[in-house]
Design a protein around this ligand. Structure first.
Ligand SMILES: Cc1cc2nc3c(=O)[nH]c(=O)nc-3n(C[C@H](O)[C@H](O)[C@H](O)COP(=O)(O)OP(=O)(O)OC[C@H]3O[C@@H](n4cnc5c(N)ncnc54)[C@H](O)[C@@H]3O)c2cc1C
Length: 374
């Protein structure tokens, strides 16, 4: 990897250590928005990383986005989630939206002055998006949006919501850009979660929300294809988040085993624990290698990227769960209390096996790619 990426990683790592990590425990404890971390990411222009320079962004490629998310997540998973969901929420506009829609939404999000979210899940619709019940009906030249979206990250903090809604026949879905202040938009209560407690999560309700045609992302019946096209990138970012959380827990555990003494020697001298640390290191580095390989395929537009990114999301998140659990074990009783970060990291890791396509769904996709490749 060239030094340009190394320098960027160093910059984000320092930023995360100085301005994000010190607040991560409080953000989790109080279930509050990670204001300090978000301010740091805005000031360092990390918030605008994926967007074109012409739209006020940093022209950062997918590998630099992955590196940014990894480093932020190693300090605070919630801050990383706010960041990457902002990027996901604007991704279909960036890839397919009109110049007018891009100009309305992207520059403020790139500057970190507005937030974004993406809305697919519903109360009765999770893994099977083909059953989406939220509808968009033509109303003159406008559209009327009605339905309910569940577990929406960045809600109600975000200004813009990319909503996948049924716009016609059984296979017809559109992506509709809804503003928080549009009449008919309301939000459910803040979800009280196991982890990622600094990332806001709520239902978003649409009660006949009237939207001008300019708020539809391109073709109103191609939305499923547009969202599907963004999943390689969003899964890479979730995999990076999982990897970052694992790395943060690993670093904390290694430091602890050097400081803590039992039986007259540091924990790091016990062979049984050295074996655990070695297995954790292998889990992290093998997950990172697979993720970067998948990111390379995505950046090259290689069709094998689809199966590979599902493998990477699966491995990074399963390994994050295992590594964070072992990091708690290495801390003994201190791993179980909130004075040390590893119990937060273990709780944060769990969701990475669930969202952006559960790991059961990733296994289905991996198996599909295996059989299609024959
Ligand atoms: C903190 C948090 C943040 C989230 N953020 C967002 C967001 O920003 N935007 C958004 O749209 N959604 C978001 N989600 C929703 C998330 O993506 C879904 O929860 C996830 O896709 C799973 O859907 P579900 O919860 O309905 O589970 P279900 O689909 O009901 O699945 C339940 C179980 O059945 C398994 N299962 C389902 N189908 C199959 C199958 N065919 N074969 C084998 N097993 C199967 C699943 O793997 C899972 O174990 C978020 C969720 C959480 C908890």
């Amino acid at each position: 990897m060239d030094t340009q990426y190394d320098d960027f990683r160093d910059m984000v790592r320092r930023l995360a250590a100085d301005r994000i990590a010190p607040h991560a425990g409080d953000v989790d404890d109080k279930e509050r928005f990670p204001e300090e971390g978000w301010a740091a990411l805005r000031e360092a222009e990390v918030a605008g990383l994926p967007y074109a320079g012409a739209l006020g962004g940093g022209d950062g490629d997918l590998l630099s986005q992955v590196i940014a998310v990894e480093e932020v997540a190693a300090a605070c998973g919630s801050t990383a989630l706010v960041l990457l969901v902002n990027w996901a929420g604007t991704s279909t506009v960036v890839s397919h939206g009109s110049d007018e829609l891009k100009a309305e939404i992207v520059p403020r999000v790139a500057a970190g002055d507005a937030g974004a979210a993406w809305c697919m899940t519903e109360p009765t619709v999770g893994s099977d998006l083909s059953a989406i019940a939220t509808t968009a009906r033509p109303d003159g030249t406008d559209w009327r949006l009605t339905g309910q979206k569940r577990f929406i990250s960045n809600a109600p903090w975000a200004d813009w919501y990319a909503v996948l809604a049924r716009s016609g026949g059984t296979q017809d879905f559109g992506v509709f850009m809804v503003h928080r202040d549009d009449p008919g938009v309301s939000f459910g209560p803040h979800e009280k979660k196991m982890g990622m407690r600094g990332s806001p999560t709520a239902d978003v309700n649409f009660d006949g929300v009237r939207l001008p045609a300019s708020r539809v992302v391109a073709d109103p019946v191609q939305g499923y294809r547009y969202i599907n096209g963004e999943l390689n990138t969003s899964r890479a970012l979730i995999a990076a988040q999982a990897l970052g959380v694992a790395q943060g827990a690993f670093d904390a555990a290694v430091a602890y085993t050097c400081e803590r003494h039992q039986f007259g020697q540091p924990l790091s001298r016990f062979q049984m624990l050295r074996g655990m640390v070695a297995d954790m290191a292998v889990k992290i580095e093998s997950a990172r290698a697979l993720l970067y390989d998948a990111v390379g395929l995505i950046m090259d537009g290689n069709p094998r990227a689809r199966g590979r990114i599902s493998m990477a999301k699966l491995l990074c998140s399963d390994n994050a769960m295992s590594v964070t659990t072992d990091a708690v074990q290495l801390h003994g009783g201190y791993g179980y209390v909130r004075d040390y970060p590893v119990e937060r990291m273990m709780r944060d890791a769990k969701i990475t096996q669930i969202y952006e396509g559960t790991n059961q769904i990733q296994r289905l996709l991996v198996a599909k790619s295996v059989y299609e490749g024959r």
